[in-house]
Design a protein around this ligand. Structure first.
Ligand code: C2E
Ligand code: CA
Ligand code: CA
Length: 716
């Protein structure tokens, strides 16, 4: 037994000794390794921490942390060991903490989790946490490696700020901006892009450019996308876009490729300009360039263009064309008496009524003022043209109904025909106008076909008419002054201002050649206003220089007398020049007075009560009655030149002159004889008791300075 025990001991003891020796060696190694790991763990340059995963009540417990972690967070290894993570209040953001732990529990590991943590001094650190769960002694632990994210964060922050700035920048842009990812979906857009489309930013995220492009443009878009990928950008091009409501509008856009960090295609971005307003403006401009804004009718330019084409067709098809030049008679009178708005309304009504008489193939245009033109392209036979002209005159025979009034106005029409009258736009238009002048000359309210005999005088009239329109603004008018003399004293009793037109091509044009045209085209009031102003100014100037001219006579046209503002015009000129009203005489012809109604009489009365002198010009030609004359507020009669001319040769004219002198005597009016050229006329007038004269025997109309030099000498 003992031996057995001994043998056992002999066997076991060495075994134990061997085992012990081995155990010791192993333990030493274990300790050494452990120590080694511990030292490595502690000295590892990155911050590391081992945490035992706890439950909701116990919380996570820190097992160990290394030196780098001590330095990073400020707690010592001992302070950290066995403490709960929560006791350090290291997580800045509890949501982050929950996220981190959830992910860790679910996946077992986390790579570069961005976290913001507070150290012992509550300084915020931007970190990446990399963590992995492992089992230690049957219990779940995790190891966390802390990486510095501050540099990265600055870059991120800068990018974020840049993003914001960039967004602010493109949001505020006038042009539209959008960006698509490589799958073609809109990912960015600004207001200027979204608003015309009618989509919100979120709605656009679900769309691609194809969704807002009409199908017919898809092929073209594909071609452009190809070009874009090859070249990085594409040329500015125009296309249509579809709004949310289904309507389309034009845009102009330029596309650019966007690349990712690796330089790979990442989608594209575009600058888009909404062209609808530009196109609208352009369309308006185009319309205005070719239409008259008052009536909406084609203007001269468009008519000329159409006529040009019509001529080409007519030449080819050997057809006849007709042009009707329609000019309203005395339209200026409507403007002057009823105002421009009534004038415009009348033009619109007349334009509509004429348009209603025409066929679609005809063109009605407004050339200017009260001038219209009709181009008859189809079936322009003489019979047909006559029918159209008749219809137009019949239309004018009825009153034009304006909103609250009826206006009667007539028109004169001139017609030219291709090919018989001419074969160019200019000639046909000119001849239609000349024919219209002839219609006017023949008493208005008729139509007249062009006849070649008409051209010479009418051409001159056309030239005068064109020049006259700007005669005042170009300063081409001058006044000459014809002295009026008292035969008894030989003194200058006044001058008559006579207008002349200093025409650059024609020289000095006398009023008989242009006054009636100025009346016809409605610009006589402008000329008259200038004459009045210039005459008053000249009188004041003579006065200043020491020449006393007792009175200046200014001729008035009928249209001036019909205007209510004549009284204020005269008043203003007297004020401006400082003349006394008695120094101004206004001459109105007898025929003009005979045509007048109550209103002209009111104006004459107003002028007379201001103290202005009034004379009846060309007296003897107008058949005025004694009774009528008595009611007129006039001071003086001027015997017409035609009676004076034949004194000594025609007993009738002498009798009339004698009668006029007697008449003025009985009415208590002064009488002036004009056109006195010869001695026998003067002798006759002296004898009959007419001592106030004017005529070539004494002076022609003189320029102001000649009158000054001549009469200053007489006075001194
Ligand atoms: P009027 O008012 O009868 O003017 C007189 C015209 O007879 C003037 O012609 C004058 O030069 C001319 N005359 C004067 N003495 C003689 C003479 O001894 N013998 C001849 N043969 N003629 C003489 P003028 O300047 O050519 O004016 C023609 C007409 O033009 C004027 O006739 C007047 O009706 C009109 N006129 C002239 N100036 C103006 C104006 O400022 N406004 C308007 N509305 N009409 C004007
Ligand atoms: Ca006169
Ligand atoms: Ca006269």
């Amino acid at each position: 037994m003992n031996i057995i025990l001994l043998l056992a001991l002999i066997c076991i003891v060495p075994l134990c000794l061997v085992y012990h020796a081995r155990y010791r060696a192993q333990h030493k190694q274990y300790l050494r390794v452990n120590h080694c790991f511990d030292a490595a763990f502690y000295n590892f340059p990155g911050a590391v921490c081992i945490i035992k995963l706890g439950d909701d009540t116990s919380g996570d417990i820190i097992v160990d942390g290394n030196r780098a972690l001590e330095q990073l967070m400020g707690w010592s290894r001992d302070e950290m060991a066995d403490s709960t993570v929560d006791s350090h209040h290291a997580w800045h953001n509890q949501e982050q903490r929950r996220d981190f732990l959830t992910q860790l529990r679910e996946k077992g590991e986390i790579l570069r989790f961005p976290a913001e943590m507070l150290d012992r001094d509550k300084t915020l650190h931007y970190l990446y946490l990399t963590a992995k769960v492992f089992d230690l002694e049957g219990e779940p632990h995790f190891i966390v490696l802390f990486g510095d994210r501050s540099v990265q964060r600055k870059t991120e922050e800068r990018a974020r700020m840049e993003g914001l700035r960039y967004r602010a920048l493109y949001e505020g842009m006038i042009d539209g901006y959008c960006r698509c990812n490589k799958n073609g979906y809109f990912i960015e857009s600004n207001r200027a892009f979204r608003e015309p489309l009618g989509y919100t930013e979120e709605e656009l995220w679900r769309l691609t450019p194809r969704d807002i492009t009409p199908t017919r443009q898809h092929a073209e878009d594909a071609r452009i996308e190809q070009e874009l990928r090859e070249r990085g950008s594409c040329k500015l091009y125009e296309k249509e876009q579809i709004r949310k409501d289904g309507s389309t509008f034009p845009v102009e856009l330029q596309l650019y490729v966007s690349l990712d960090d690796q330089g790979e295609f990442d989608g594209w971005w575009a600058i888009i300009r909404d062209l609808s307003k530009t196109k609208r403006d352009q369309a308006n401009l185009d319309f205005l360039a070719y239409h008259d804004p008052t009536t909406g009718l084609p203007n001269r330019t468009l008519l000329q263009d159409r006529l040009e084409h019509a001529l080409e067709r007519a030449r080819r098809d050997q057809q006849q064309l007709a042009l009707l030049f329609i000019d309203l008679d005395r339209f200026k009178h409507v403007n002057d008496t009823l105002g421009y708005h009534v004038g415009d309304a009348l033009l619109q009504v007349v334009a509509r009524s004429m348009g209603a008489l025409l066929r679609d193939s005809d063109t009605l245009a407004r050339l200017s003022g009260d001038e219209f033109m009709i181009l008859l392209e189809e079936n322009a036979t003489t019979a047909n043209v006559t029918m159209v002209a008749d219809r137009i005159l019949a239309m004018f025979a009825k009153p034009q109904i304006l909103q609250d009034q009826e206006i009667y106005i007539t028109a004169s029409i001139g017609v030219s025909i291709f090919p018989q009258d001419g074969d160019s736009v200019d000639i046909l238009m000119k001849y239609a106008e000349l024919a219209m002048f002839k219609a006017k000359d023949q008493g208005r309210n008729i139509y007249q076909f062009f006849e070649s005999g008409l051209s010479v005088g009418a051409l001159e009239r056309l030239a005068l008419e064109n020049g006259l329109r700007s005669v005042v603004s170009r300063g081409e008018l001058v006044l000459h002054y014809q002295p009026q003399i008292n035969l008894l004293t030989g003194h200058l009793i006044g001058v008559e201002a006579l207008v002349r037109w200093q025409n650059p091509g024609l020289g000095l044009v006398m009023p008989d050649r242009f006054i009636h045209i100025a009346e016809d085209i409605g610009i006589i009031s402008d000329i008259g206003a200038w004459v009045l102003q210039e005459a008053c100014r000249q009188m004041a100037a003579w006065q200043k220089k020491g020449l006393h001219v007792p009175r200046i006579a200014v001729n008035l046209s009928v249209q001036q007398l019909e205007r209510t503002d004549l009284v204020s015009l005269v008043q203003r000129q007297l004020e401006v020049s400082g003349l006394k009203p008695q120094q101004l005489e206004l001459e109105v012809t007898e025929s003009m007075l005979m045509r007048q109604t109550g209103r002209a009489l009111e104006i004459l009365n107003a002028l007379e009560s201001m103290g202005v002198y009034l004379a009846v010009d060309d007296f003897g030609t107008g058949y005025s009655s004694f009774g009528y004359l008595k009611r007129l507020p006039v001071h003086r009669l001027k015997i017409d030149y035609s009676f004076i001319r034949d004194i000594g040769q025609d007993a009738n004219d002498e009798a009339i002159t004698r009668a006029i002198i007697a008449l003025s005597d009985s009415l208590g009016l002064e009488v002036v004889a004009e056109g006195v050229e010869r001695e026998e006329q003067e002798t006759f007038l002296r004898r009959e008791g007419c001592h106030l004269v004017q005529g070539f025997r004494y002076d022609k109309g003189l320029p102001a300075k000649d009158l000054l030099s001549k009469y200053m000498k007489v006075v001194t």
